[in-house]
Design a protein around this ligand. Structure first.
Ligand SMILES: [Zn+2]
Ligand SMILES: [Zn+2]
Length: 137
């Protein structure tokens, strides 16, 4: 998606396509490492020097509410953001602290213990060491 398309997409979702919102979404689409609000702020304030941290926080909150972005909390302290709202799992490496996406299907989930329940969403977080960090250790 280019910035023009993002503008139209935001409008479709009922949001005013302000420059800040377009930049935040554009950044998230291009950065799959699940940045924190602080990282997003730092990166985008280079493009928009007048940007405030509050605007970034509010924008992210709005995107999450509208279902454009998902918020993940792999730690209690920091929220990370993901423009990929399809169902997928997250692997957090304890070495480099990167978060990697992995695919998972509902069928793979053993939901026998939830017989008769309907699963409407899930967050699957696993942790360990990624390939690169394993080579360093
Ligand atoms: Zn790693
Ligand atoms: Zn993800």
């Amino acid at each position: 998606m280019d910035k023009g398309q993002i503008g139209r997409y935001l409008k479709e979702k009922g949001l005013m396509p302000s420059v800040q919102r377009i930049e935040v979404y554009f950044y998230l689409l291009g950065n799959k490492m699940h940045p924190t609000a602080d990282i997003i702020f730092r990166e985008i304030s280079e493009i928009i020097p007048s940007l405030s941290k509050t605007t970034v926080y509010n924008t992210l909150k709005l995107f999450v509410e509208k279902g454009l972005v998902s918020e993940l909390r792999t730690d209690k302290s920091e929220a990370r953001y993901d423009a990929d709202v399809t169902k997928h799992g997250h692997f957090k490496c304890r070495g480099c602290l990167n978060i990697y996406d992995f695919e998972i299907s509902m069928n793979e989930l053993n939901n026998k213990s939830l017989d008769g329940f309907i699963i409407e969403g899930y967050q699957l977080n696993v942790s360990g060491l990624c390939k690169e960090c394993m080579e360093i250790e």
